[in-house]
Ligand binder design. Structure first.
Ligand code: CA
Length: 227
């Protein structure tokens, strides 16, 4: 797994790249926004750690430019205390998560792991662009779902949940695991949220939502998708 670290604080670059390499990641780094953007667009990474305050081009601009050029690599943004507004803007511009400095390296590693788990390319299932079951067809790239050839209206979270279940089909997932994988590390929702979204997905996709064939409950454990 390759990580691009875009950070201008030399000490932090050394600490983080050492730790990440110890964890088995391949680390490349850039010390300003322009160099970072150039590296992120010219070579493939599994994750980008992006500082907000950077020389030449800010982290926000780098983030926006990457998403505009359809580069969907997960981005973990690093912000300093008091940069709350920028943090919100960063998430709007397409960052996947953020971490406020100063932070424990363990905390950063946990976020990195969570983002890589969430990234569809690295889930256990196939990373096929399309998947079909029963009368349902999913186009992952377009985030579109058809049932009996008619479009199904899914919310972003319903789609992410469905995608996670399908890509990890056959495996049982606890409610907490689903919350972590779909709603994210800092998620506010409770495990009840998972049940509600599962019910909605069944309502929209199953032939008989009361006796679901594909999105199954595993009593006492959680949910699994079977085809
Ligand atoms: Ca900085």
């Amino acid at each position: 797994m390759r990580i691009l670290l875009i950070e201008d604080e030399e000490g932090l670059v050394i600490t983080l790249s050492d730790r990440l390499r110890n964890e088995g990641f391949e680390v490349d780094f850039a010390s300003d926004g322009e160099e970072g953007l150039a590296k992120a667009t010219s070579s493939e990474f599994d994750l980008i750690i992006l500082d907000l305050m950077l020389p030449k081009k800010s982290g926000l601009d780098v983030c926006r430019d990457l998403r505009r050029s359809s580069i969907e690599t997960p981005i973990l943004m690093l912000t300093a205390k008091g940069e709350t507004i920028d943090k919100v803007l960063g998430l709007k511009l397409g960052a996947d998560d953020y971490l406020t400095k100063p932070f424990e390296v363990m905390e950063l590693l946990a976020r990195v792991e969570a983002l890589l788990r969430r990234s569809p390319v690295h889930s256990n299932g196939s990373s096929n662009e399309k998947y079909a079951f029963g009368e349902v067809e999913i186009d992952f790239n377009r985030a579109e779902v058809l049932k009996a050839e008619s479009p199904v209206d899914l919310s972003a979270m319903e789609f992410k949940l469905l995608q996670f279940l399908v890509e990890n089909r056959g495996n049982v997932h606890s409610r907490n695991e689903l919350l972590d994988a779909v709603w994210g590390y800092d998620a506010m929702p409770t495990t009840r949220t998972v049940d509600v979204h599962i019910a909605w997905l069944r309502q929209k996709l199953e032939e008989n939502p009361k006796r679901p064939r594909y999105i199954q409950t595993v009593h006492g454990l959680g949910y699994k998708f079977v085809s």
